[in-house]
Design a protein around this ligand. Sequence first.
Ligand code: SF4
Length: 275
Amino acid sequence: MKKISSISILTGTGECQANCKKCSGMQHRSCAPKQNDEINEDALRRVLTLGAERGCKKISITGSGEPMLSPKAISQTLSIIKEEYPGVFKDIVIYTNGIKLGNTINPWGDPPIGYWQEAGLTGVYISIRDIDIAKNAKGFGLDKYPSLIMIADNIKNRYGGLKLDMKFCVTLQRGYIDTLEKFIFAMGYLNGLRADGINVWPMKNIDDTVSDDAPPELQMDLMHEWVTRNPDYKIRFLDGDNVPQSDKILLYQDGEIGNMWHREKSTINLENINE
Ligand code: SF4
């Protein structure tokens, strides 16, 4: 029986505050539920049982839109994991665009992040384009994006001394962080915000291939080399096109599973998971 190292669960309605030009979630929105509290419980239990049987310890909560705009779906998902699979999944993280975490007066309401931590959440991964808020706003297709200092401070302090792992996920893109010099500065800045780790990858097309908007290859190589020489920054550098990884699975919102974000490239589904 093959081991499963992590499960990504697409959660929420697909609604998002941002308008990114190449939205990676768009391809999954047609099968997202319409209501904030709607989750496919049977499919969730099926995939969690499969993961539990195959030694999986890590779960990522993500979405075809911004998952924090569907807080009830997140709470329900966490509650099923905690109550029905106690002690099985040690590492449960949520991917977010950070917008709901960074506003002091939040038009979307504060996320119940303290409750989520009690329900088993162990980390928050914030996707960004730059450390400059004006550039982040541009990258997300918005007029404004909150300050990263505020986001980090809210995660580390505001919600009652949380112990969540805070990581930044940086999409490298021309016109944003696209040279070694800007990269080193940005990594130092994020480290100064007490990030517990930083994931970086080049801008991708909808089908997971590296986009022409990614930084030039030479700069990518220089950045990658710098990362290997600076392990203290805890950076995961994920360059190149994604390759199928059969030890990682995704639960799409129609209840099917796969091993690639771009569904057409997936090499597994429910029928052949045992092969
Ligand atoms: S933040 Fe994510 S889901 Fe929202 S528009 Fe951008 S890529 Fe799409």
